[in-house]
Design a protein around this ligand. Structure first.
Ligand SMILES: [Zn+2]
Length: 231
């Protein structure tokens, strides 16, 4: 089976910073291991709980309960409660969402160099960017505000920004959480140089929306660059 279909249970938990410790756990459930879930988490125990919660919603038939009555029949009336419990739960794995049959699930911690990791990472990262990255209309609004201070009549086509009151260097800065800011003027005065950047020359006649789209794209490109090993 070459297919690689994992449902990503928590795509927005994808590691987005250099110091994130999230690992990718790949779960296989069912007698044929054909129910697959990918979970971002630091530790296996919590990842299993998340996967089991997802399983309870999507494939409740794969969760079960220990059969204490059956254990009683097997061990006889003399058996202690502890022995019954041990026998009934022997081949099962407990989760808060229900029990899993031991031989009906297994898990791998995905290696970032593996294809499955890359596929899940890319899908998760795209979902993360869609949710947290700055939006075109918001950035366009900020550009328009900055442009309002510029003299619309001075700037001409082909101007490179030197000695012109009609235009200015403009930079979009996006941080690791998707927070952003628009800076104008000399980059030497930017208070922080961290994060991901896009730059352009802004005038009162700029097309703010397409400039915003371009700046957001430049910053996103830098964000992907930093993660090239995972994509
Ligand atoms: Zn100019």
């Amino acid at each position: 089976m070459t297919e690689n279909k994992y449902t990503v249970v928590n795509p927005l938990e994808v590691p987005v910073g250099r110091y994130d410790k999230e690992k990718l756990w790949l779960f296989h459930f069912g007698a044929y291991a054909d129910v697959r879930a990918a979970v971002w988490h630091r530790c296996l125990d919590d990842a299993l709980e998340e996967a089991a919660e997802w399983l309870a919603e999507t494939h409740p038939g794969l969760l079960t309960e220990p059969d204490y009555a059956d254990a009683r029949r097997e061990l006889g009336p003399e058996a202690s409660e502890d022995a019954l419990q041990e026998a009934a739960e022997a081949d099962l794995t407990y989760t808060e969402s229900g029990w899993l049959v031991g031989y009906e699930w297994w898990v791998d911690a995905a290696d970032p160099a593996d294809e499955s990791y890359k596929i899940v990472f890319r899908a998760s990262a795209e979902a993360w960017l869609a949710d947290y990255w700055p939006k075109v209309l918001d950035v366009a609004g900020a550009l328009q505000e900055e442009a309002a201070t510029l003299d619309a009549d001075v700037h001409t086509e082909g101007c490179d920004g030197t000695d012109c009151d009609g235009c200015t260097d403009v930079r979009l800065q996006v941080d690791r959480t998707g927070g952003w800011d628009v800076h104008t003027g000399d980059p030497c005065y930017d208070q922080s140089h961290g994060g991901y950047w896009g730059s352009d020359i802004l005038s009162a006649r700029s097309d703010f929306e397409s400039m915003a789209e371009d700046l957001i794209g430049q910053a996103a490109e830098a964000w992907w660059q930093e993660r090239h090993c995972a994509t």
